[in-house]
Ligand binder design. Structure first.
Ligand code: SAH
Length: 248
């Protein structure tokens, strides 16, 4: 039987008490086709099957909505969004939020613009910039929530992202369970304690995305919720080469 994207989205939302309508679920069916069409000329995803796209892109992205983390009308920023993940599926289910998409590769952002137009999404901004530069163009500590997936290791990512987040705001870092394991000294999370201290933040919690299995393979994805506890010093972020060469 053919895989149904809308059914998979509806099922996940119903199981996890995420608000959705049938009409919205059907939009994900359209989104999947749009992504495949776009990918035929501009490489934005390595995922090829409808099932992989539905679970690893769409369901993974909206997992954050099963926790009450994004308040009504929040200002949200997605750093290194590529074709718009996780921010785009989040926005599709949350009309109320204002969302800014950031990626240094302008052609990838075209997909997000296309989808926003297709579905009439409002309060969507796209910024073809490097994260470490855009922050000093009026974006410092103005966002309630930042999200980011598959961009850099956590110590590097924290320096790129936390300067955007308001004191008391949060950063939802999408990571594998292995990298989010506090009991493993080698995990990205364990290696981020100094960065958190320097940037004015702490780990609030680690949440399980509870993704459905794909062909009996468990998908172990987590959302590390980081809370800003104070202001990030003005010297951060450093230049990209310095961040990567010498992570905090
Ligand atoms: N978040 C998307 C894309 C991940 S690929 C997803 O999960 O599918 C990583 C993306 O981060 C790439 O599109 C790359 O262009 C972008 N990126 C990496 N470093 C960046 C930086 N310093 N500033 C802005 N974008 C960056």
């Amino acid at each position: 039987m053919d895989f149904s994207t809308s059914k998979a989205i509806l099922e996940y939302c119903n199981d996890n008490k995420i608000d959705i309508t049938e009409q919205k679920a059907n939009q994900f069916e359209v989104l999947s086709d749009m992504l495949c069409d776009f990918n035929a000329h501009t490489n934005v995803t390595a995922l090829k099957t409808k099932k992989d796209i539905a679970i690893k892109h769409f369901v993974d992205s909206i997992a954050v909505l099963k926790y009450d983390l994004i308040k009504k009308n929040a200002f949200v920023i997605d750093i290194g969004c590529g074709a718009g993940f996780p921010g785009l599926p989040i926005k599709m289910l949350r009309d109320d939020i204002h969302i800014t998409f950031v990626d240094s590769t302008a052609k990838k952002l075209k997909f997000t613009s296309l989808v926003a137009e297709q579905f009439g999404l409002e309060n969507v901004k796209v910024c073809p910039n490097r994260a470490e530069e855009l922050v000093n163009m009026g974006n410092r500590e103005v966002y309630d929530v930042a999200v980011s997936r598959a961009v850099a290791s956590l110590p590097v990512l924290l320096e790129l992202v936390l300067p955007y987040v308001k004191p008391s705001g949060i950063f939802c870092a999408y990571k594998s369970s292995i990298e989010a394991d506090r009991n493993n000294k080698e995990s990205e999370l364990s290696k981020s304690m100094n960065a958190l201290k320097k940037l004015g933040a702490k780990v609030e919690c680690v949440l399980d995305a509870n993704l459905p299995d794909i062909d009996d393979v468990t998908q172990k994805h987590c959302i590390i919720v980081i809370k800003k506890t104070g202001k990030t010093p003005a010297g951060f972020p450093r230049r990209y080469a310095a961040i990567v060469k010498n992570p905090l």
